[in-house]
Write a protein that binds this ligand. Structure first.
Ligand SMILES: [Zn+2]
Length: 419
């Protein structure tokens, strides 16, 4: 997550993106045993590689031959086990070399990496080789509606099914896509706050009410408090309930953030705009001035999660994303570059030109300008760089709400009126 200067915004390149999806599966004893055996050889491989000073091709062949001696399954799995552990050891040694603290790698979770040579896809039937010409694991992917959507893209040649991760109770599928980013007409900017997310796209300001997230948190906080009383006489029950409610809270929050991210990315794609996000490393002090510690923690998590989702969804659809340093995005006047002083509510007043404006709107306006490499004083230049969109007006006085929409979350669409 780096900061970008104006020039890098114009650059777009292709990228290979991988998405992983998990489906629940039931396996028989043969396959369960296979997963156990794979785990054992992977552990052996890990020890060998850790104990070998320089793991050369010769060493690799020797290890492979040893592991194959008692291996009844496809030989490719032995290679997978070696590669998997080799990757772990390499990153571990790299960290040590840099003088970083690093824990010796361990294989905790039992799973098998199934590379593409070990499975086939015919229609929606996925057939994984366990023992060549003898034992296969077959799964009909059509039974999983959300996977079917991806499958259709695989059939259409837009996606590829990548390696699989076989666990005792689930199968993780990866889909690989080469994304071609479009050349954006303009850049949309986003300001994330405790109670709202403000988006500026061309002449439109979208304000998303995020108070629901706070509400959800409050509801579960109260529930947790009640449960804690139970713990005096039933620790196990209270622990179980706490876990249940924490999970529900996380799910409700995630759902909300997914919807919000989808909506934002949709706007960007429809309007062929790139997305400018704040580099969050500096958001901690800025976002939640004066709010309580818990709120701050909560909001920081939400902000990061929302950004992660926006970037993830945007990239998948070829919408370019850049990060800019927010610096003092809500403290500098977008019109004259003067210093803004907080007034009542969320209003800010410029000490130089007298502009009075909502702080969230100031933030997105500044981010939009800085994102396109234009300093506040040089706003005129941004007009030339966005020929397809109507030029951005410098005068933010005439903001008015023209539309209120409900879409599972509150959306206030606010449009700038031309002066
Ligand atoms: Zn000013």
């Amino acid at each position: 997550m780096g900061t970008s200067s104006g020039n890098s915004l114009k650059r777009t390149k292709n990228e290979t993106i991988v998405r992983a999806y998990s489906i629940p599966i039931r396996i028989d004893e043969v396959i369960l045993e296979f997963i156990e055996k794979y785990h054992e050889i992977a552990k052996t491989a890990l020890q060998e590689i850790l104990n070998t000073k320089k793991f050369t091709k010769v060493e690799r062949k020797r290890l492979r031959d040893t592991l194959l001696e008692n291996w009844n399954y496809a030989a490719h799995y032995v290679d997978s086990a070696i590669n998997q552990t080799l990757g772990l050891v390499k990153s571990y040694k790299r960290k040590l070399k840099k003088g970083k603290k690093a824990r010796e790698p361990k294989l905790k979770k039992k799973f098998v990496y199934v590379k593409s040579t070990l499975f086939g896809l015919k229609g929606s039937m996925l057939k994984i080789t366990i023992i060549p010409r003898e034992y296969y694991l077959e799964i009909n992917l059509a039974n999983y509606p959300y996977i079917l959507l991806f499958l259709k893209e695989v059939w259409g040649g837009k996606l590829k099914l990548g390696g699989l991760f076989l666990f005792p109770n689930k199968l993780v599928l990866t889909f690989v896509k080469t994304v071609e980013y479009f050349e954006p007409r303009d850049w949309m900017s986003i300001d994330i706050n405790l109670t709202n997310v403000t988006v500026l796209a061309g002449l439109t300001v979208y304000r998303f009410d995020t108070r629901e997230l706070y509400h959800v948190h409050r509801v579960y906080e109260l529930k947790r408090r009640k449960i804690q009383k139970i713990s005096a006489w039933n620790k196990r029950l209270s622990k179980k309930l706490l876990e249940k409610y924490s999970k529900r809270e996380r799910n409700r929050t995630k759902n909300f953030l997914h919807k919000l991210a989808n909506k934002i990315v949709e706007i960007a794609r429809e309007r062929r705009m790139g997305i400018t996000l704040e580099d969050l490393n500096s958001i901690k002090e800025r976002v939640l001035n004066g709010s309580k510690k818990m709120n701050r923690k909560l909001s920081k998590w939400n902000a990061r999660e929302l950004q992660r989702l926006i970037e993830y969804k945007a990239k998948w659809l070829g919408v370019p994303v850049v990060y800019v340093n927010p610096r003092n995005s809500s403290r500098i006047c977008p019109v004259c570059g003067g210093q803004l002083i907080p007034r009542e509510g969320r209003l800010m007043k410029c000490s130089n030109c007298g502009l009075i404006e909502d702080r969230d709107f100031v933030a997105v306006l500044n981010l939009r300008m800085w994102g396109s490499g234009v300093t506040p004083k040089g706003l005129e230049a941004s007009r030339a760089s966005t020929p397809d969109e109507r030029p951005m007006k410098t005068n933010p006085y005439g903001i008015m709400a023209v539309e209120k929409q409900r879409m599972g979350m509150k959306l206030h669409k606010i449009t700038l009126t031309p002066p």
